[in-house]
Each structure stands twice: as C-alpha cells, then as structure tokens.
Write a protein that binds this ligand. Structure first.
Ligand code: 13P
Length: 256
C-alpha cells in the first residue's frame, strides 16, 4: 500500500499565499514512488490551485463539502462542484464535529456524496480527552466508524480512507499531548476490527488508515512505523514548508 502524507491547511493562507506555498512545495517535491502527497487548502483556493498543481507530484484535497449536489443551501459548496478539481476530501474532522456541530448522520451523507462524485473521502474519527479518561475510546471509534460508513456499500469501501485523530493530540487543542505509538496501534487495531466486521478481512486490510495529531518531522518516523498506519494527516506542521518537506523525506526513508 502507498504511504499518504496529507497536509490540512485548515483556515490558513490567503489564496495568494496558498499559491506561493504550493509553487515552492512543487519545486521541492519529486514524484515519489509509493508516496502520495496531498494538500488540503481552503475551499476558495481549490479552483486556482487545481490549475497550478502538478498531479504527478501531488494531489488536491477539500477540507469539507456539502452532501447535496445542488439546491437551496446558502453558503455551501457541494462535492459535485468539486468533482474534477480535487481527488480527496476530508470528512468529519473533529473541528467540524465539535465547533460546527456535524454529526455522524451528516458525515455519512458526505461520505456517500464524495464517493458519488468520484472524490476519495478521508473519514476522520477520534475520541476526546474526557472520552479516553472514561474508557470510552473503543466505543467512540466504533460509533464514529459505523456511523460515518453507514451509507458505504461493500463495493465502495476501497474508495474510503480513515484518519485516526485523537482530539486531545491535535496541536491547536489546549493542553494537547503527543499520542504514543501503543495508543495509536490499539486504536488502529479497533478500526481494522470494525472494518473487518462490516466489510470482511480482505477489504478491511486494503483501507488506508492515517494518523493525525501534532505530527512533526521529529515524530513522523515513529508514527509511520506503528503497525497498521499507512500515512499521516498533518495540520500545523504542514504550514511550514521545511517541516512538510522533511516529513515527506522521512516517509521516503521509512518506505525504503
Ligand atoms: P495538528 O497536526 O496541528 O495537530 O493538526 C492535526 C489535524 O487536525 C489534521 O487534520
């Protein structure tokens, strides 16, 4: 399986800044065999960056989109409008769940809309600090996975990617802590068990599982060698060109 290095720029960079950053990143990046580099800028930058990006080197990802294709939904951008512009879309990020009130039902519809529009969804799941403290981690993972995938047919599970992002490990969360390799391995094991129960062992094995939460060039190697982890979803560090390119280099070395 490929290794996926995904940079989630969140609400950062103007369109101009995003374009300059992408320009520099493209210059510093080659076409790595076995590594898929993906960047997720703000929605407003997707169209211009889709003209600028070299798809042999990296792919474009939306941070979110709406589940209906068109209609009276003021302010929304649909997956059908993004069709052809992006290859991936982040769905169900914890910032959308907890700041913007997205629930598993909406997330399930978004996953279905992405697949319908030939965009590969990256379904984000992960427990909060208090859920972990109460011993609910496994239940949260199970609920968010089964909820988010409730509209995904057997034939379509190979189009989905999962990102395990424990909320307490995200750098912007107050008092964020680094997740340990064992904690991640345990969560990934549960994720594969759930996928196996729903879709069978063979399909479950083929679904890429990424880790996200305070990933930097200094811990990327440790996280990429956690059993069952197929890539990284990077927030803060993806905004720093040297950090992001160093993480790609680490991924290359781990792959070799
Ligand atoms: P950080 O890498 O800044 O912790 O963000 C992780 C994240 O939320 C990526 O989607």
């Amino acid at each position: 399986m490929k290794t996926y290095i995904v940079g989630n720029w969140k609400l950062n960079f103007t369109v101009g800044e995003a374009s300059i950053y992408l320009h520099k990143l493209l210059r510093k990046t080659s076409n790595y065999r076995g590594i898929e580099v993906v960047v997720a800028p703000s929605a407003i930058a997707l169209q211009p960056l889709s003209l600028q990006i070299d798809r042999h080197k990296m792919k474009l990802c939306a941070q979110n989109a709406f589940y209906r294709d068109y209609g009276a939904f003021t302010g929304e951008v649909s997956f059908s409008q993004l069709r052809g512009l992006v290859d991936y879309a982040i769905v169900g990020h914890s910032e959308r769940r907890y700041i913007l009130g997205e629930n598993d039902k909406m997330i399930a519809k978004k996953i279905a809309a992405a697949i319908r529009n030939k965009i590969r969804p990256i379904l984000c799941i992960g427990e909060t600090e208090s859920e972990r403290a109460f011993g609910e981690t496994a239940d949260v993972i199970r609920d968010q996975l089964t909820g988010g995938l409730s509209e995904v047919a057997d034939d379509d599970i190979d189009k989905v990617m999962i990102a395990y992002e424990p909320v307490w490990a995200i750098s912007s969360v107050k008092g964020a802590k680094l997740a340990g390799p064992d904690e991640i391995a345990e969560a990934v094991k549960i994720i594969r068990e759930v996928l196996t129960n729903i879709y069978g062992a063979e399909s479950a094995k083929a679904v890429p599982v990424l880790f996200g939460g305070s990933v930097s060039s200094s811990n990327a190697g440790a996280y990429l060698t956690v059993p069952g982890v197929n890539g990284l979803l990077i927030g803060g560090a993806s905004l720093i060109l040297s950090e992001f390119t160093d993480i790609i280099e680490v991924a290359k070395r781990v792959k070799e």
